[in-house]
Design a protein around this ligand. Structure first.
Ligand code: PEP
Ligand code: MN
Length: 287
């Protein structure tokens, strides 16, 4: 026990390890997250068209992704930007699952939408901007679907663990934590990827931890190296944006990989994933 963690994380007892080997393996659509396999979730920022989504689903599956991501409800900084296809987008995601066997992760933004999103998705994503929306956390938790909880851009590790505890306290132990970069004084990247925070999470929490290098970097050239650093740091998986034609994407094109860039990244990650098993251990526990 060290660094005052016991006090800092006192509000999140059920998501902490009580022994170094404690871990929650989250099952979603036949995929185990937080187990031995490194799980990549990939797809477009937004679901745009049937063709865009199907093509992406097929290509990311062929490259080794296990879960398809795609936003049907989009939290956009501008009210004039594309807000997502809503229910039509959810239906396209379900069709892509039927065609490829990939599990589906998609964001839910409003508590009232949680049951509907849960009908179509295998994992409900709580976005960075919603991490502390407790009414939404409750509604999402109560659907019984696994929750992918993104770290708020100004949230501390304790804040993230408190939100995870909130989901667990509503009777849903299946939470996946996601480091997607935090806001700092640095402006050369969209956010600052907190690799140290991710290692802390792996060390203290029993929950699976994945990395989103796309939103951390904001720039596609940085994504493969960040992904590699996440694997080396012991992450359980990745959430990556991929688009058939990133320069024409309706959102987040500048950070989305092309199919060929994604394929190369996945092939390059394979040996790192092999090594990861021997590095993924905790040195101490706080609970
Ligand atoms: C996304 O995954 O497309 C997204 C909006 O992410 P975040 O909530 O991390 O900004
Ligand atoms: Mn995005």
């Amino acid at each position: 026990m060290g660094g005052g963690w016991k006090d800092q994380f006192a509000d999140a007892p059920d998501v902490l390890k009580s022994a170094p080997e404690d871990k929650t393996v989250v099952w979603a659509g036949g995929v185990a997250i937080g187990g031995d396999e490194f799980v990549t979730m990939a797809g477009p920022c937004s679901v745009e068209t049937e063709r865009q989504l199907m093509e992406t689903a097929e290509r990311v599956a062929a490259a080794g992704a296990r879960v398809l991501r795609g936003g049907a409800f989009k939290p956009r900084s501008s009210p004039y930007a594309f807000q997502g296809l809503g229910l039509a987008g959810l239906k396209l995601l379900a069709a892509a699952r039927a065609a490829t066997g990939l599990a589906i992760v998609t964001e839910v933004m409003a508590a009232a939408d949680a049951p509907m999103v849960a009908e179509y998705a295998d994992i409900l994503q709580i976005g960075s901007r919603s991490m502390e929306n407790y009414a939404l956390l409750e509604a999402a938790a109560k659907t019984g679907r696994p929750i992918l909880l993104k770290r708020g851009m100004v949230a501390t590790i304790a804040d993230l663990l408190r939100s995870a505890q909130c989901v667990v306290s509503y009777g849903n132990p299946n939470v996946i934590l996601c480091e997607r970069g935090i806001r700092t004084f640095e402006t050369a990247t969209r956010n600052t990827f907190d690799v140290c925070g991710m290692i802390v999470l792996k060390e203290v929490s029993r929950l699976p931890v994945i990395a989103d290098p796309s939103h951390a970097a904001g720039r596609r050239s940085l994504v493969p190296a960040l992904a590699r650093s996440a694997v080396a740091a012991g992450a359980d998986g990745l959430l990556v944006e991929v688009h058939p034609d990133p320069d024409r994407a309706w959102s987040d094109g500048e950070q989305s990989l092309t199919f060929s860039e994604f394929g190369t990244m996945m092939a390059d990650l394979a040996p790192w994933c092999e090594l990861r098993a021997s590095c993924n251990y905790a040195l101490e526990t706080v609970a």
